[in-house]
Write a protein that binds this ligand. Structure first.
Ligand SMILES: [Mn+2]
Length: 480
């Protein structure tokens, strides 16, 4: 789709100029049948958005709030990355999946004690304009039909206005806003002393998941389970293909796009000793029988909730004795971490419970020659040479969810019912680590599940994805 005519920069919008003659311009406006959208319904999320906005409104009584969706990210020249809106914008509007478009803005306008939500969007370019065939970023013949403001209003249950009115609307007003995502918002809305509080509020609001969010998280986990099965099916082909890790990555990505919106984060497909490199997203290694594959991947569903699952699989379908021995240590460590979970327990207790098992295991193997007490002293902690990372983080619309929470709200806080978090201990024996016998070197193992905190304990949302080595071998055999 080469456009031979030069691109004109007309303000923020790029317009491809086909230099229409007056006659052509008039001609293009005629002869089109009306194409109304019939039967627009509201997604179930909309009722939840009403509650979410009520809480936001109460926290910022009398103050305008501005939540932009964010603009497109340029990949090169006139090609952008696949668009994905800011999570807070999606959380408070219910705009999801393919319905999300760049440069939308939610304004919460104070009215009395409460706020009236107004959604600004780039609406449908109708046939009486020339944008529908000229505007490569928004035109209907370039990117497809969108909602009119009326249609969007029916769909999302709030007042919707064209984005072209935003600048005048915002001018001179005082507001708390998320800055750094939208040019108009950044130029028209001055920094406000409560901006930081807003960033914190919209991040922390998602610490406790509502029923809708829990159902969406389960969907994401179940789709991810099917993606892992897809990977197992292609493992024989991966061993026959140079850069077989890419075969693995591509199989999972296929599932993410078929069932979901996208990947929740870049897939780690780490074969053999690549598993010991924590963020191995190059995925350009070979896949060999006899090695392990560490696969850390998650499907993001259309509502943008993502799973975050890791399984370590024997590529041949069978664990070797050394692989199984290390795997069982991580397995027991994860079990201890998960079993520590219930409302009221400190968040860091998950980490402590998992690491205690790992450290004891390393002592039992004769690798660490100290008492457990000495090792677990925060001033010592030498087991971390092989465990490397923390065991748990919040999970939701963002894979590292609620990242703007303060320490006392999250890391140094206590677990509450409705939180969803990962439990993901690992052991990584680098290839050149002379403190381990040779048969263990180059083995990296992580097991990661997504767990819902309840009043009395937990629900492991990914319980059905095999964990135990025997179950994993059975799962793999059943798919060959
Ligand atoms: Mn994780």
């Amino acid at each position: 789709m080469e456009n031979s005519d030069k691109a004109l920069d007309t303000g923020a919008k790029r317009v491809y100029d086909v230099a229409p003659s007056e006659m052509f311009g008039e001609f293009m406006k005629t002869g089109w049948a009306p194409t109304p959208l019939e039967g627009i319904t509201q997604d179930e999320v909309i009722a939840y958005c009403v509650n979410r906005r009520t809480e936001l409104s109460a926290a910022f009584s009398g103050l305008r709030i501005v939540l932009p969706s964010g603009g497109p990210k340029q990949r090169s020249n006139d090609c952008d990355y696949q668009y994905r809106p800011h999570s807070a914008f999606a959380y408070y509007t219910g705009v999801q999946g393919v319905e999300a478009h760049p440069d939308s803005v939610l304004v919460m306008e104070p009215s009395g004690e409460n706020h009236t939500p107004i959604l600004f969007i780039n609406p449908r370019s109708t046939r009486d304009t020339d944008a529908f065939y000229r505007d490569a970023k928004n035109g209907e013949l370039w990117v497809g039909r969108r909602f009119t403001t009326d249609e969007a209003s029916q769909r999302y249950g709030i007042d919707v206005r064209p984005i072209s009115e935003l600048e005048v609307f915002l001018k001179g007003g005082v507001a708390a806003a998320l800055h750094g995502y939208d040019e108009v918002v950044d130029t028209k809305v001055k920094k406000h002393p409560r901006d930081e509080e807003l960033i914190n509020f919209v991040s922390v609001a998602r610490l406790i998941k509502d029923d809708y969010e829990i159902r969406e998280m389960q969907k994401a986990v179940d789709a991810t389970h099917r993606g892992f099965s897809d990977v197992i099916r292609v493992l024989p082909a991966a061993t026959q293909t140079p850069r077989g890790e890419r075969v693995v990555e591509a199989a999972f990505f296929g599932r993410a796009r078929v069932e979901g919106n996208d990947l929740g984060y870049s897939t780690i497909a780490a074969s053999g000793s690549h598993a010991c490199i924590l963020h191995w997203t190059r995925n350009d290694g070979d896949v060999r029988n006899g090695d392990l594959l560490l696969l850390d991947a998650g499907v993001e569903v259309d509502s943008y909730y993502t799973a975050d699952i890791t399984r370590t699989l024997p590529i041949s379908g069978k664990f070797s004795p050394a692989q199984r021995a290390l795997y069982m240590l991580v397995y027991e460590s994860q079990k201890a971490g998960i079993e520590a979970i219930k409302a009221g327990v400190p968040f860091l207790e998950i980490n402590r419970a998992s690491h205690t098992v790992l450290a004891q295991g390393l002592i039992d193997m004769g690798i660490i020659k100290m008492s457990l007490e000495e090792v677990m002293d925060p001033a010592v902690g030498i087991h971390k040479r092989w465990t490397l990372h923390g065991v748990s983080h919040m999970l939701g619309m963002d894979v590292h969810d609620c990242a703007h929470a303060r320490a006392e709200q999250y890391r140094d806080g206590v677990l509450e019912a409705g939180m969803i978090l990962t439990v993901e201990p690992g052991l990584y024996i680098q290839l050149d680590d002379e403190l381990f016998p040779a048969e263990y070197r180059g083995i990296g193992i992580r097991i990661e599940d997504d767990v819902l905190v309840t009043e009395t304990g937990y629900i492991n949302l990914s319980e059905n994805i095999p964990h135990h080595p025997d179950e994993i071998e059975k799962w793999m055999a059943s798919l060959r």
